[in-house]
Design a protein around this ligand. Sequence first.
Ligand code: AMP
Ligand code: MG
Length: 355
Amino acid sequence: METKVVKVTDKNIDEVMEEAGSLIKSGELVAFPTETVYGLGGDALSVDSSAKIYAAKGRPSDNPLIVHVADYSDLEKIVKELPKEAKMLADAFWPGPLTMRFKKNEKVPDTTTGGLDTVAVRMPNNEIALKFIKASGGFIAAPSANRSGRPSPTLAEHVKEDMDGIIPLILDGGQVGIGIESTIVDLSEDEISILRPGYITAEMIEKVIGREVTLDAAVDGVSKDAHPKAPGMKYRHYAPKAELVLVEGEEAHVLNTIIDKASLATVNNPVGLMLRDAHVKYVREKLFKIPKDALVIKSIGDKEAEIAHELYKVLREFDEENVSIIYSESVGNGGLGRAVHNRMIRAAGHNILNT
Ligand code: AMP
Ligand code: MG
């Protein structure tokens, strides 16, 4: 199959949406931009599209898909009950990077939800995505548009790398704004909990609903007994091809450890480093003796929002470099840092070096 990448502009948007919508209605898949990462979309209400999505991703089929809507009223059509918090959160954060989980009704096939009786729904804050959802009948099931295990795509080029020859159409909307996946909050049970941290933090949600929000025990995948309510959370995720080691601890210790490790780099054993912008120059100077071909240093930005924006792109860039191991500075664990930290430890497959 030939994969077409179409740059969506004000001029061609109507025409492109018509094509994308008819592909979805005929059971095909289309990749599209959102404000978080690129999604791989299929018709959420069709029994067959999920199998196609799983096959394209190479993803286990017990991993449920998020249903994307463009109208709040469409949410009511696919859930069994809507707790009052749903409206409060939608008013505050939709369209936006918040996915809410509900008890599903019979309109949503079990295949879309990986056999669960719940459905996770969000309204993305991206004009192309919203028009695409409307043109496709209103309900798009989509995971991130990467092959399973790889970093989520934040550029149309990333989608092309992973999906070339596998899907007919990629809608190119440029680089996404946020860069990590949506927050998932569970409204299907009495206790409201975060199943996946993201740009919208627990504190932001608590403020809106005036109730305590807990963090699901499986979020960082450290509790062996925890049964993840968000099944996707159990897999190694977002990983580059090289081994990734996350270095944690006091900043000075972290930098010293990274410098020590990288000073062993040779042309036959090249090392990659992921550093905050502010540390790149310092570390590079300390490692001036290392041959150029033995060391690749990439900046991940400084503030947490910047790191969220750059992380997957940098991880993918390392796949083009000749390195077999990458050491990365870790990030803090509060606010948006919690989500970035979560993605980093998953990309590292829990390979953490405490200094
Ligand atoms: P992705 O956007 O690629 O990260 O894939 C969607 C992820 O959303 C899945 O891996 C799950 O972790 C989560 N998810 C989707 N639907 C549900 C659901 N009904 N219950 C729990 N988690 C869900
Ligand atoms: Mg994903």
